[in-house]
Design a protein around this ligand. Structure first.
Ligand code: COA
Length: 186
């Protein structure tokens, strides 16, 4: 069954709540994996959640905060055509219940409905972040890049995988494939 979610635009009044999400969970694919009140405060000081070119939403279920998405590289104004990226974090106890898919669908709708000149959304994740890759695939993002050794972890370098969603695919609920054989012609 689909969990009922609300996507609430972030304001400073929610900073303590968001801190609890960051500090109260492990983030195995982020740096740092463990957030502290200090590392979170430094994000606030660097205005990571607010500003012209970014938009943060809190994901709530029955008024409890279970995740967040932050869309960035949105550009200076609504007519900008820069390709946005996003960060997504779901609380550990809420993972694997379909919330990530709903959230990525929500942010895709939000971007394309609010920015008429956006023609694409991109995402990059670690090769071993299977949950994120499944979410992207389910939301019609397709793999566009494989950056070997592109992501440095605490112990080794692993591949980073680049994904993209075209506005036309979002509009038509289609998936436009990439012809990976085209370089055979070179
Ligand atoms: C990645 C993340 C956003 C996905 O959201 P989610 O709500 O857990 O994802 P969903 O429940 O919508 O879907 C996850 C899918 O991956 C599967 N999955 C989850 N964890 C998995 C794992 N460790 N190995 C294999 N598959 C896994 C689920 O079964 C589900 O598969 P399905 O599509 O076949 O049903 C969430 O797990 C999260 O916040 N992780 C930590 C932060 C993070 O990695 N963010 C992304 C940074 S790029």
């Amino acid at each position: 069954m689909k969990i009922e979610l609300k996507f609430i635009p972030y304001t400073q009044r929610e900073a303590a709540n968001l801190q609890q999400l960051f500090v109260g969970n492990e983030w195995p694919f982020h740096f740092p994996k463990i957030e502290t009140p200090e590392s979170f405060q430094s994000r606030i000081n660097r205005k990571q959640f607010e500003g012209k070119e970014k938009k943060t939403f809190l994901i709530k279920n029955k008024n409890s905060l279970i995740g967040y998405v932050k869309i960035f590289d949105l550009g200076e104004d609504k007519l900008n055509d820069e390709i946005p990226l996003f960060d997504i974090r779901i609380a550990a106890t809420a993972r694997g219940k379909g919330i990530g898919k709903q959230a990525v669908q929500f942010l895709s709708d939000w971007v394309f409905n609010n920015y008429p000149n956006k023609y694409k959304i991109e995402a990059t994740t670690r090769i071993d972040n299977i949950a994120m890759r499944k979410v992207l695939k389910a939301c019609n993002f397709i793999k566009e890049a494989h950056y070997r050794n592109g992501w440095e972890t605490a112990t080794k370098r692993v591949a980073a995988i680049g994904y993209g969603l075209l506005k036309t695919d979002w509009q038509n609920n289609t998936i436009t494939p990439i012809n990976w054989q085209e370089d055979n012609l070179i």
